[in-house]
Design a protein around this ligand. Structure first.
Ligand code: SF4
Length: 81
C-alpha cells in the first residue's frame, strides 16, 4: 500500500467511524458544526465536497450540519475512489 492510499483509507475510516458511532447520523443534532469540522466554503487544493463520500446532493453532508457547498471542504473529507 502506498503512503497516499494509506492516508486516504485512514481518513475514510475516521469519517465512517464518526458516522457509525453516531446513534442517528441523519439527525442534525448529531452532526458536527461547521467550525468543529473546520469547514470552509472553498476547496482544499484539489479536494472538495463534491469528491467526498459523505456529500449529499444537492447541498448536504452526512456528518456536518447545515448547507454545504459542493466546492467546499472540511477535515472529515473522505475521497471517493
Ligand atoms: S468534505 Fe464536505 S461532504 Fe465531506 S465530510 Fe466535509 S463537509 Fe461533508
Amino acid at each position: 500500500m502506498t503512503g497516499q492510499s494509506w492516508r486516504c483509507s485512514r481518513r475514510r475510516l475516521i469519517a465512517l467511524a464518526a458516522v457509525m458511532l453516531s446513534p442517528n447520523p441523519t439527525s442534525a443534532s448529531d452532526k458536527m458544526t461547521k467550525p468543529q469540522a473546520a469547514y470552509q466554503d472553498g476547496p482544499n487544493g484539489i479536494y472538495s465536497c463534491g469528491l467526498c463520500t459523505l456529500f449529499v446532493e444537492p447541498n448536504g453532508c452526512k456528518v456536518v450540519e447545515g448547507e454545504i457547498s459542493k466546492g467546499g471542504w472540511c477535515k472529515a473529507f473522505a475521497p471517493v475512489d
